[in-house]
Ligand binder design. Structure first.
Ligand code: UD1
Length: 361
């Protein structure tokens, strides 16, 4: 009998982590994977279009939770997923990343006594004002197996007293998604990017600490306008950010400066923008990793990162609105971007995950 595995997908950054594992499990007769979509993200380009880009069939279960406060979202996912997990009784539950649904489903699994795996375990920003840091701490504390992307994650777990046998370093699974559809990304670049300037930067912003505080958002927008004069910017705007920009009357300021404000784009289109970019300005976690993999300068508008390997080994640097322009100029200096890819960031992570599940029986 094959082992039934629930793969929990909830929000945009989860889909590129679930897809390669789904394919690797589906190709192995020992496993019967099922994607469970909690519905935390529901806009087509934030959700279904990404799954379609990555050739994942429609989810076996859709919980339809949607937006809400942290407690509403986390509690809603727990109530809905508990019913599915009790009815379906999977052998394994795999939760990914650090969103509210990750912690919610890990709690359900732990309490039902279903073995639970956290993919992307051990990352720590040590900033408990970030909702994701709370989700990471909770999820790692109660999961049975911890799949880590980098040695710093292993060290964080060891320092928290996690037994070594729970931890397997599998690498960065998002890059498996990139390699899986690289030809389509390159094709899309020739089409979609044809209308873009020869040299451009990509911007993404959605962290509450950046977009929910109007003073911080104003400062950020001023910095982006200054940067736009030197490097034309393309900015796919997250729905949360759009609401905040419109409420603060900043949308029109960015538009008047010539910044290309576009809807959020699905995975292949987004990566086609990134591979052609001179630099990326972001507060996303995943984008810090993708740019390190691709050797593209990344300026991260945050005081800390739970992905330090992108700074020590990759192309990432932390920045602030006041110094963004100077930092982008420095990052664009030729020859300054000596970097390497962290170990196991090689498109083979899903295979290592499947091997680890088999080993654990
Ligand atoms: C969530 C994750 C964050 C992740 C991000 C990626 C948590 C705590 N946060 O933040 O870690 O980096 O996803 O995007 O889990 N909205 C839509 N359509 C959608 C989704 C959201 O319009 O498909 C709007 C809603 O108004 C919602 C707001 O965006 O209230 C924020 O969405 P939410 O899922 O609460 O958090 P994110 O900011 O997306």
């Amino acid at each position: 009998m094959s082992s039934r595995v629930h793969l929990i997908a909830a929000a945009r950054p989860n889909f590129m982590k679930v897809a390669p594992l789904y394919h690797a499990l589906a190709a192995d007769p020992g496993f019967d994977p099922a994607v469970v979509h909690t519905g935390q993200h529901y806009d087509a380009n934030m959700s279904d279009a990404i799954l379609a880009d990555l050739r994942v069939p429609p989810p076996a279960h859709h919980l339809g939770i949607g937006s809400g406060s942290h407690a509403e979202q986390t509690g809603g996912v727990m109530i809905a997923y508990e019913k599915v997990a009790m009815a379906d009784r999977p052998d394994w539950i795999v939760v990914v990343g650090d969103v509210n649904s990750t912690a919610a489903c890990a709690m359900v699994g732990a309490k039902l006594g279903i073995r639970t795996v956290h993919l992307e375990a051990g990352l720590r920003s040590r900033d408990r004002t970030m909702p994701e840091e709370i989700n990471r701490l909770v999820t790692d504390a109660i999961s049975d197996v911890l799949w880590t992307p980098s040695p710093d994650a292993d060290e964080n777990l060891a320092a928290e007293g996690v037994p070594a046998e729970k931890v397997t370093r599998v690498g960065n699974i998002m890059l498996d998604s990139f390699e899986m559809v690289r030809p389509q990304i390159e094709l899309e670049r020739r089409g979609f990017a044809a209308g873009l300037p020869e040299r451009y930067g990509v911007v993404t912003l959605h962290r509450p600490s950046n977009v929910d505080d109007p003073a911080q958002l104003q400062q950020l927008c001023t910095a982006l306008v200054a940067l736009q004069h030197e490097l034309p910017l393309v900015f796919p705007v997250h729905p949360r950010t759009r609401q905040r920009l419109e409420a603060a009357n900043l949308w029109s300021m960015l538009e008047a400066a010539g910044i290309r404000l576009i809807e959020p784009v699905p995975y292949i289109r987004f990566m086609s923008l990134v591979i052609g970019a001179a630099a990326v300005v972001t507060d996303s976690g995943g984008v810090q990793e993708e740019t390190t993999y691709l050797g593209i300068p990344c300026l991260t508008l945050r005081p800390n990162t739970e992905r330090p390997v992108t700074v020590t080994e990759g192309t990432n640097r932390l920045t602030r609105p006041e110094i963004l322009l100077a930092d982008v100029r420095a990052a664009l200096q030729p020859g300054l971007n000596g970097h390497r890819r962290p170990e196991h960031w090689d498109g083979q992570t899903a295979r290592r995950c499947v091997e680890d599940l088999k080993r654990r029986g």
